[in-house]
Ligand binder design. Structure first.
Ligand code: VGL
Ligand code: ZN
Length: 197
């Protein structure tokens, strides 16, 4: 049984948003078509408190896109984005959400960032997504959403690691950084993932 995972299709990742993915909105028609084809559709939602450690403004003298060392890990600093209950954290109004059965929120702990829908970046805390999918009888996931090189990639890698077959739907994904995306798709393919045009 297959499930479609819609990754972070939120206003802040769309044109005009705080951390806009170039042409992020171009995926939405393809995503809406895909939704009709899957028996189970779930979504992830980046959902940060205002004091989240991934926001550059919360580190004195730091700017967005700088990389710092935080609790022994490399952390990219971002503009303030997807703040809990803010308009930027909402799903795109153009996204068909009727069939979305469950929403897994991530990045809610002020001290931990979470790109993957399965685990935080340090792999310390599970969101419960793997268990949810197993209980539903899912053995294969398809991934769509934003950003292709970050949250889609890390969610897809964790899906493989958790024993699911995983396919990234290229036409339903846009990256923040095209070059990083290409490298990461090679990594994903090398681990046994599939990329579908
Ligand atoms: C994302 C950076 C920070 C994403 C989330 O959804 O790809 N990227 N938080
Ligand atoms: Zn985030």
């Amino acid at each position: 049984m297959q499930a479609l995972i819609l990754v972070d299709i939120q206003q802040d990742f769309l044109p005009g948003g705080a951390l806009a993915v170039p042409n992020g909105d171009s995926i939405i028609p393809a995503v809406n078509e895909l939704i009709a084809d899957y028996p189970l559709v779930i979504a992830t939602q980046d959902w940060h408190p205002v004091n989240h450690m991934s926001f550059a403004v919360n580190h004195h003298g730091r700017k967005p896109f700088e990389v710092i060392e935080w609790k022994g890990m490399q952390q990219t600093l971002w503009p303030v984005h997807c703040v809990q209950n803010s308009p930027g954290a909402e799903f795109s109004p153009l996204l068909q959400t009727d069939k979305v059965e469950a929403i897994f929120r991530k990045g809610t702990d002020p001290d931990i960032d979470s790109y993957s829908g399965f685990f935080d970046n340090g792999h310390l805390k599970s969101t419960g997504l793997a268990g949810y999918l197993r209980e539903k009888g899912v053995d294969e996931v398809a991934l769509a959403g934003l950003a292709g090189d970050i949250c889609v990639f890390y969610t897809a890698m964790d899906a493989l690691e958790q024993g699911f077959r995983a396919t990234i739907i290229r036409k339903a994904v846009q990256p923040l950084n095209e070059k990083d995306f290409e490298t990461r798709m090679q990594q994903f393919l090398a681990r046994g993932g599939r990329v579908l045009a």
